[in-house]
Design a protein around this ligand. Sequence first.
Ligand code: MG
Length: 391
Amino acid sequence: MSAMRVANVETFIFTVPRDTPYLGPLGPGERVNSRGYVVRKGNGTIYPTVDRSVVVRVTADDGTVGWGETYGICAPRAVCEIINDLLAPELIGRDPEDVERIWDDLYGLMRVRGCFGGFNVDAIAALDIALWDLRAKGRGVPLWQLLGDRRRERIPGYLSGLPAGSLDERVAMARKLQAEGHDAFKIHTVVSFDGIVEEATALREALGPDAALMVDLHWKFDVAQALDIARQLAPLHLQFIEAPLKPEDVSGLAELARGSAIPLAAGEEWHTEYEARLRLDRDAIAYIQPEMGHTGITQFLRIARMANARGVVVAPHATIGVGLFLAASLHASSVIDEVWRHEWQHSIFGRSVRMLDTDMAYADNQYVLPTGAGLGAAPNERFWEYAEFVG
Ligand code: MG
C-alpha cells in the first residue's frame, strides 16, 4: 500500500425527473413553485419534484478515484460551493488514511460560526465517504473491512412509503407488495390526507398482525398531540413511531418517550455525534436512524456505536439519490452490533443500481452488501446522462 494524497475534488449535481413526486401526488392546496419545489402542507417542509443529490469525485495523486454523495434535495449548488470554495482547498494534499481526523478538521473550520449541520456538514459527509472509498481502494479491499468486524453480509430492510394518491390505493399497494413477499412497511403521514390513525388502522387490518408496521410522523406535532396519537395507535402494535416532534424539541422527545407505549425512532436529520448525544443522554429514543448522506461514514459509526452502548438499536435511514451513500450505509451497517432493519426506498432502488457499477442488491427483504473494492459501487455510463459538472 503506497501513501496517497488527495489531488483533485470535483462536484456533480445528479438529477432524475419523476412522474409522481416523492411521498405521492400533490394534495389539497399543494402546488409546484417557480423553482420546481413543493411545500407539503402536512409538515411545512419543502421538497423537490425531481430526485436529486450531489456527487463528489475525489482523485488521489496515484490516480485512484473515491466517490461520495450527499443531499442535493434543495439548493444543490450551495453544497457544491461549500465543497469547492471552502473544503476542497483544505483537503488537497491530505492522506485518506487520516479520514477521521480530516472529518474533525473540516467540521472545525466552521463550528464557531454555528455550522453544526445543514449544507456545511452534508458537504463534509460527501467528502468523508469518498475518502473512505479511496482508503479501501488503496488496499484493494471492500470498505467494511476497514470499519470493524462484519456482523452480517445481508442487512434486513423495510419498505418506505406507499406513494399512491388515496388510502384505498395505498392499502392496495401494500397488499400487492405483501403478496410479493415484503413484510415491513412504513407509512409517510405527511401525505395521510385521510387521517393518520385511519391509515394505520386500515393498513394493520389489510396486512395482518405479523407485518412490521411503522408510522413516520414527519415532525408534525407537539408533545400533547403526539401523546394523543401514540395512545390512539397503541392497539396497532407498531414497531415504532418516527420523528413525532420538531427536531429542536429535545426535552419534548424525552417526555414523549416516557409517556408513549410505542417506541420512538428519530435521527434522520441529525448530522453529528453531538446532536445524537443530546437525545441519547435523555433516553429519548429506542431506535436511532442515522442517514449516511448527512453523517458520512465517520459520524455514522460514532453515532451508531454511541447508541448501541446505551441500548438503542440502529435502523438506518435511506434518502433519495444515485445510491453511493446507500452503499456506504450498507458497509457501515454490516459492522454495527445492533441493527434492526435498514430503510429501503422501493420507488427508486432499482433505478439507482442500474446507474452504478455494483452488485448491491435487494432480495428477500434484505440488502445484499456490494463486494468490490471500496464502496463496491461507482457511477456507470448511465449516470452521466443525469449528472451536471459544477466545479
Ligand atoms: Mg422519516
